[in-house]
Design a protein around this ligand. Structure first.
Ligand code: KG4
Ligand code: ZN
Length: 331
């Protein structure tokens, strides 16, 4: 029985959780900074770092209290050490290292992308690779074949914008505010997804692209200022989802992976979840959709990934540094 405290401060959520053996969530606290950034239309890195400094102590205290453990009773403390905003990452990593130094429990530095992937084990404790995984967040859009624990092969990734970034930019264009993904998700059901045929980029290729789609939406809105916003939102969302589903299914076919997994903030999207579920059924593949709260940034996924990493390769030295551009690499 190994209890790990996971801390996540890579972007605009200050989060902490206590998870046992990489699977059982004892507590999970997420403090969103959305209100602080909304009036700027996006995350302001300096504001995010300062807010993390103010919040991280309370969030950790709440997570340990809810789990009924004292810091020294934990078996390890983990933090996301990349990828993410440089200053924001430093806050969580410094907090985790301080806890490690003060209590003597080991520190584990966790890759944010690997954490999104390991959220799946919080849903199915017995999940076994190979898996075809779609990691879709504000900063990343990657189709990964997880061949085994710690063994990843990137089947395809975006050559320009991330899917979440496209949602956020298009939402801003449509005057829907920040964060854009949830706003478009909410509005799209009121619109006609077939109203406008936006382009689907890189058909038949493993990689993805969203920059052209974003421009197509901007051009359409300029040419048709009276087009119903819900139709534009729904048609845009359908174009993104089409691309994502095509690439995920192709990777699963190519790797003969029996299970499809979604991870990352955009995995909370209702239409994406619906379409992947349908596509999985049609292809005879199992679909594992973590609940929305485990798709968007949280501490539980950090603690989960940390358990697998601790078990396989041991603790991370305290002189480990943060890396804002960290990639998903096999151990
Ligand atoms: O994983 P995440 O919480 O943070 C990063 O690691 O980036 O992902 C945030 C991204 C944002 O771009 C946000 O707009 C998008 O996920 N997102 C959504 C939804 N919820 C969050 N996109 C589409 N539909 C949603 N329901
Ligand atoms: Zn994320």
């Amino acid at each position: 029985m190994v209890k790990i405290l996971g801390i996540e401060t890579s972007c605009d959520e200050t989060a902490a959780a206590v998870v046992e053996d990489g699977r059982a969530v004892h507590s999970s606290v997420v403090s969103s900074q959305v209100d602080l950034h909304a009036r700027f239309g996006g995350v302001v890195p300096e504001i995010a770092s300062r807010a993390h400094v103010e919040l991280v102590g309370d969030v950790v205290a709440e997570a340990t209290m809810e789990a009924g453990v004292e810091l020294h009773e934990l078996d390890a403390v983990a933090a996301c050490h990349g990828p993410g905003l440089a200053g924001a990452l430093l806050v969580g990593v410094s907090a985790a290292k301080a806890i490690s130094l003060a209590t003597g429990i080991p520190y584990v530095g966790v890759n944010h992308l690997e954490a999104h992937l390991y959220a799946a084990w919080l849903v199915d404790a017995d999940l076994t690779p190979p898996l075809a995984v779609l990691l879709v967040s504000g900063g990343h859009t990657t189709v990964v074949v997880m061949e085994d624990h710690g063994r990843y092969r990137v089947a395809g990734e975006t050559v320009d914008d991330a899917a979440g970034e496209a949602f956020d930019k298009v939402a801003r264009l449509l005057g829907l505010g920040y964060p854009g993904g949830p706003a478009i998700d909410r509005l799209a059901p009121d619109g006609d997804a077939a109203a406008i045929r936006f382009p689907r980029a890189m058909r038949g290729e493993p990689d993805l692209s969203f920059a052209g789609l974003k421009t197509a939406v901007a051009n359409h809105v300029r040419a048709h200022p009276d087009a119903p916003v819900a139709d534009v939102a729904a048609s845009f969302q359908e174009a993104v989802v089409d691309q994502l589903v095509e690439k995920l299914l192709a990777a699963a076919d190519e790797a003969d992976a029996p299970t499809l997994v979604l991870g990352g903030g955009v995995a909370a999207n209702s239409r994406l979840r619906e379409r992947v579920t349908e596509a999985g059924e049609a292809a005879g593949r199992r679909v594992l959709l973590p609940p929305r709260a485990l798709c968007t940034d949280n501490g539980a996924m950090i603690a989960a990934a940390a358990w697998w990493q601790l078990t396989a390769v041991g603790p991370t030295p305290l002189d480990d540094v943060t890396d804002p551009n960290l990639h998903l690499v096999s151990r």
